[in-house]
Design a protein around this ligand. Structure first.
Ligand SMILES: [Zn+2]
Length: 251
């Protein structure tokens, strides 16, 4: 591979969509046995001739998610970016919190990540939400099956209702599109009567204060009041009561 001037067209044209989205040049160099400097130079050359696009991504140091992505360093102009999942600020420092990735250009080949709103929920989470340095498999579903209680895609203005049994502990309701999160602290005496809870996602809301609820059966309604689709997932320490759901639209 010595003398490589750019990633091969065969790779860019024939590798899976996942492989040619947000390529980390250092990981790629290690994988194929290239010198790091030569590999970075090859990707920069590929950018110059228009077959890949470069992105600067601000990465949360806590969870590894991408908080902001831009095609120029000048567009990363905030000193802090907020992670709703970690409920923490990320300070923008080039060495620690900004990664550079390369994605095949639509001029060479169309991939699903070019239109992230069309990606299925967990593909969106893996390919758009998490950074290239995240040590996660291409297919997240086997991983999240053990941790996520439920996952729901909500179009703009829609809502969905699920019936859940929550035991003592914590449940995080999270949206990877807006990075909004709500933390439910389940504590106290087990309730016999079903409890009702509505969580709404609104424009500009990134994070909510912790909500304390008692253990027991819940009718949980999730509303998307934004003008974009949202994908709420609920995780950890609750039991999903199957066959108990309703969805709708409030436009
Ligand atoms: Zn985070």
């Amino acid at each position: 591979m010595a003398g490589l001037r750019r990633p091969s067209n065969v790779f860019l044209c024939e590798a899976s969509d996942f492989r040619v989205n947000r390529i980390n040049p250092l990981a790629f160099a290690m994988e194929v046995g290239l010198d790091e400097t030569a590999c970075i130079g090859a990707f920069l050359h590929a950018t110059q001739i228009g077959i890949v696009d470069l992105a600067w991504n601000v990465v949360c140091g806590g969870c590894g998610s991408i908080l902001h992505s831009a095609n120029s360093l000048k567009a990363i102009n905030d000193l802090h970016y907020r992670c709703g999942l970690c409920a923490a600020d990320c300070q923008t420092m080039l060495d620690d919190s900004v990664e550079v990735t390369f994605t095949v250009s639509p001029k060479l080949r169309a991939i699903s990540a070019h239109e992230p709103d069309t990606l299925p929920l967990w593909d969106y989470v893996r390919q758009v939400y998490w950074s290239s340095g995240s040590d996660l498999p291409a297919d997240l579903r086997p991983v999240v099956d053990g941790a996520a209680l439920d996952a729901i895609e909500l179009s703009a203005g829609s809502f969905a209702t699920r019936t859940l049994r929550m035991a003592e502990g914590f449940v995080v309701v999270f949206d990877p599109v807006t990075h909004s999160s709500t933390l439910l602290r389940v504590v106290g005496t087990l309730q016999d009567a079903q409890q009702m809870l509505t969580i709404a996602l609104a424009e500009g809301v990134e994070e909510r204060a912790q909500i304390e609820v008692a253990p027991g059966l819940f009718e949980l309604t999730l509303e998307n009041r934004t003008r974009q689709r949202a994908m709420r997932s609920c995780g950890l320490r609750a039991t999903h009561c199957a066959n108990s759901s309703a969805d709708g639209c409030r436009l």
